[in-house]
Design a protein around this ligand. Structure first.
Ligand code: NAX
Length: 367
């Protein structure tokens, strides 16, 4: 049996995690023969709710769930982890400006970046879901000088899946038959969902699509889908966000299907003229735990305008948090190359304090 992976999840008592954790424990991301140790991180105020969630996980009797640990700080929570889902963040409060939101989250993510740097497995793969996800990922990455910028990603997979779903509805194809959609830029209303290269059952769909519908209806609908869901259910997307996080990490770890690509927010290496060193959603292919940007997709004038708009927004966000971006990591982020470091998972020394109070489920099972 394989040795367990250590998986950290922040915001573990929140809505997205409530969907995510049970599916992680069921083997949907790392495979049905891969045991996992969950290291769940929350604010101190939410630890009791987290304890209840851990009981439910235990009550599922998942064969792959080796251990569940609960932490109220990222330094302990990230110890030796191979994968980290950074979901917890500060929501926008009444009267809060975007700059205030950026600042509040910047503090959380700079601490988490340092904690990953100092305590995680050196090959840790990080997915930031908490908003503003792209800039939070940049802050975490810039505060982790010993890790590669390629280890930090943010989630645009929900937007990618929304794009696929809406195109499937429009064309009558199954989502499994739709390939090569892409989402570019920021996970915000400036994102560019791009179906110019999309195929259905191997045939291009762009010639058959009503381009006015794409511009006037489809693109704004994907861009504002989050708000549409909040209006309808009174809460932000949770189960679909968990699905996006599962798809993102599974494909990064297990690889993308042949003949298709997915969207991931990663540190720009300058591809498609996007400023180096910002976290931007690109179409990528994954193999052996590494990703590569899909090159050579045609960008017409209208698409270029959309790329420019979302790039501009990310540059403004970066500027707003520049005091939290240490100079020592700037060069590594501006010199990202598409040749990325190994995706091999190294095992750290066994954790010695699994008997501490943080450990709520200790199985000692044969895995
Ligand atoms: P919830 O408010 O249900 O849960 C967030 C949890 O994070 C809370 O339990 C809170 O106590 C915890 N938390 C806050 N600060 C923390 C910290 N410093 N350390 C550890 N835990 C902390 O929100 P939920 O619906 O789960 O959404 C989480 C985040 O995902 C939000 O920022 C949300 O905006 C973002 N989203 C991102 C999406 C994406 O596609 N990238 C889509 C869905 C979602 O909107």
């Amino acid at each position: 049996m394989k040795r367990p992976f250590r998986i950290a999840v922040t915001g573990a008592a929140g809505s997205i995690s409530n969907s995510l954790l049970f599916r992680l424990a069921a083997g949907e991301v790392f495979g049905t023969d891969q045991p996992i140790i969950l290291q769940l991180i929350e604010r101190s105020e939410a630890m009791e709710a987290l304890r209840g969630l851990a009981m439910e996980l235990e009550d599922c009797a998942f064969p792959l769930l080796h251990t569940v640990r609960l932490h109220d700080n990222p330094e302990d929570g990230f110890r030796n982890v191979h994968f980290a889902f950074l979901i917890g963040s500060k929501p926008r409060g009444p009267g809060m400006e975007r700059a205030d939101l950026l600042a509040a989250n910047a503090e959380i993510f700079s601490r988490q970046g340092r904690a990953l740097n100092d305590h995680a497995n050196p090959d840790v793969k990080v997915l930031v879901v908490g908003n503003p996800a792209n800039t939070n990922a940049l802050i975490a990455s810039r505060n982790a000088p010993d890790l590669s910028p390629s280890q930090f990603t943010a989630m645009s997979r929900l937007d990618h899946n929304r794009t696929k779903g809406m195109i499937a509805n429009r064309t009558g194809f199954n989502t499994a038959d739709i390939r090569k959609v892409a989402v570019w830029g920021n996970h915000s209303a400036s994102q560019f969902p791009d179906v110019r290269n999309a195929e259905a059952m191997g045939e291009p769909i762009w010639p058959g699509l009503d381009h006015d519908w794409v511009d006037a209806t489809f693109i704004p609908r994907v861009q504002k889908r989050g708000a549409e869901i909040i209006d309808a259910r009174g809460q932000s997307s949770a189960a679909s966000a968990a699905q996006g996080a599962i798809d993102h990490m599974r494909d990064w770890y297990q690889g993308t299907p042949d003949g298709d690509f997915v969207s991931m927010c990663i540190v720009s290496d300058g591809s498609y003229g996007i400023t180096k060193g910002i976290v931007f959603s690109f179409p990528v292919r994954c193999r052996y735990g590494r990703y590569q940007i899909v090159q050579g997709l045609p960008i017409d004038d209208a698409a270029q305008k959309r790329l420019d708009a979302t790039e501009k927004e990310l540059l403004e966000e970066k500027d707003a948090v520049k005091h939290l971006l240490p100079a020592e990591t700037e060069e590594a982020h501006n010199a990202m190359s598409v040749s990325l470091r190994s995706g091999a998972t190294r095992y750290a020394e066994e954790d010695r304090d699994d008997d501490s109070d943080a450990c709520v489920l200790r199985t000692d099972r044969v895995m």
